[in-house]
Design a protein around this ligand. Structure first.
Ligand code: FRU
Length: 493
């Protein structure tokens, strides 16, 4: 292990020890979501099944609760809800990545775990980004001596060498493929594809897709999947302009496009999405969702996980020694040409003490629960019209989710928390195919993930409230009585 890695490992050990031995800190943290073992984390990386276990790596900076030179942290799980900490997998300790090991993905191949990541180095003038490979056994990873395996000289056109990153690697019919994102010379985001038969020597195949209608000048974290027979690209464009009808917000968004992946000509032909009449749609409409990655499990499910934060929404309290967590892993499916996302079904094993109730129409505020902030509330709105407000907290310190089926929106308000951040409020138009007949709201200490109409629309938001503030009150201002189911979610360990 290099000195740089060894030092980061010691820091990780020290921080996780401090966290585990402090009830106060443990109380701040989510229970069934991955959160950094101390320091900072952003994007999920290398989310993959290797052997029988699911591996998750993440962009990691152990030395502060802010972004810094990037390492890859590493955890493994059997149920994607409780995670076992592993040694730091990658450190910026070689010539090809001395300025950081940026995002990438992983693949199981012939009993080995292959990681593809971006090595950031410096050419004497600027930081440049190239692609690298490391191979491991699920615990220890060794970088190839051939790194970087892809550089500017492999691409037959000019682009901004400071922005060429985030390799997604996969294997199809014995051939390795990789797509990366880059910034074209005309300042548009694009996705390019490479091919290799040994994961070491790569050749350029073509530009799969690039930014249309000036949507974005750079894309991040590309993902390729085939879900229920449908070819799907997910990626995260930067500097998007707000568009309420499409659901886009100012800044970094995560979107998906569907259509046909043509390997022969290295092209992705987009189709128009029925939910908005455009060739792309937002993956999640909340404030805190970015850089999602999918993996296909051996049982056939496609699972997506995202960073439960956005670059624009840092809200970590000043005294915290950790910053950054992931969303719940979500099962993806296409039904009727609609993308659905729902928490992995393993969550059902953690739910207990089911309680049901009715919320009287037109303005009755009902206290549903008061207790630990790990729960699921499922609301059956049927065909009621009007507003339902779900408030978590007390009169002074709280967060509120509001759903309005008359006006057709869902909103989240964290103004009344100690750290509302740069984005204290988000209002999203309900998607056209969304009647808001049912809602699943999952709370884990400091996040609320809302799944509307069996997961046709997801709305993810984080917040920080003192742990003892935990009253859950629902106000039904709508035209009908609505029913609910409620479960506590308890850690199995
Ligand atoms: C996305 C991103 C990636 C990059 C990484 C750096 O959030 O900006 O494009 O590889 O984070 O930490």
């Amino acid at each position: 292990m290099s000195e740089v890695c060894d030092k980061a490992q010691k820091k990780q050990d020290e921080l996780s020890e401090r966290i585990l031995s402090s009830i106060e800190i443990m109380d701040q943290r989510p229970v069934f979501h991955f959160a950094t073992p101390g320091g900072w984390c952003n994007d999920p990386n290398g989310f993959s099944q290797f052997g029988n276990r699911v591996h998750l790596f993440y962009q990691y900076h152990p030395y502060s609760t802010q972004w810094g030179p990037m390492y890859w942290g590493h955890v493994v799980s059997d149920d994607m809800l409780s995670w076992e900490l592993k040694p730091v997998a990658l450190a910026p300790d070689s010539t090809a990545d001395c300025k950081g090991c940026f995002s990438g993905t992983a693949l199981e191949h012939e009993g080995k775990h292959i990681l593809a990541y971006t090595g950031v180095s410096n050419n004497g003038t600027v930081d440049i980004q190239n692609q690298c490979i490391a191979i491991g056994d699920g615990c220890v990873y060794e970088k190839l001596s051939e790194n970087p395996v892809l550089t500017a000289s492999d691409i037959p056109f000019e682009y901004n060498i400071e922005h060429f990153r985030d390799p997604k690697i996969w294997n199809k019919d014995g051939m390795f493929y990789m797509i990366c994102v880059l910034k074209r010379k005309d300042d548009r985001g694009a996705m390019v594809m490479f091919q290799s038969d040994d994961a070491k020597k790569w050749s350029y195949k073509g530009m799969i897709d690039s930014s249309k209608d000036g949507l974005s000048n750079m894309w991040e974290c590309p993902d390729v999947s085939v879900i229920d027979g449908k070819d799907c690209l997910i990626f995260s464009p930067q500097e998007v302009k707000e568009d309420y009808n499409l659901g886009f917000h100012d800044g970094n968004n995560s979107i998906y496009v569907t259509g046909k992946f043509d390997y022969e000509n290295a092209k992705f032909t987009r189709e128009v999405r029925p939910e908005n009449g455009y060739t792309a749609a937002l993956v999640d409409y909340g404030i805190d969702f970015y850089a999602p990655e999918t993996t296909r499990l051996k049982d056939g499910r496609t699972i997506m996980i995202g960073w439960m934060q956005a670059w624009e929404s840092y809200i970590t309290p000043e005294n915290y020694i950790w910053s950054g967590m992931m969303t719940l892993p979500r099962e993806l499916s296409f039904r009727n040409n609609r993308l659905y996302q729902l928490p992995v079904h393993e969550l059902e094993n953690w739910k207990k003490d089911k309680k049901t109730g009715t919320l009287q129409k037109e303005g009755e505020a009902s206290a549903v629960y008061s207790g630990s902030r790990q729960f699921e509330l499922a609301l059956n709105l049927a065909d009621s019209k009007g507003t339902v407000k779900i408030r978590l907290g007390d009169a002074e310190h709280n967060v509120v989710v509001e759903i309005d089926t008359d006006e057709g929106f869902i909103s989240f308000d964290r103004t009344n928390t100690a750290t509302p951040g740069a984005i204290p409020f988000r209002k999203a138009k309900l998607r056209t195919e969304c009647d808001a007949k049912n809602l699943r709201i999952i709370c884990d200490t400091c996040s609320l993930e809302v799944f509307v109409d069996d997961g046709i629309m997801a709305f993810t938001n984080a917040f920080f409230l003192e742990n003892k503030i935990s009253d859950l009150v629902v106000e039904n201002f709508s035209s009908k009585n609505i029913t609910y189911d409620f479960w506590k979610i308890e850690c199995k360990n």
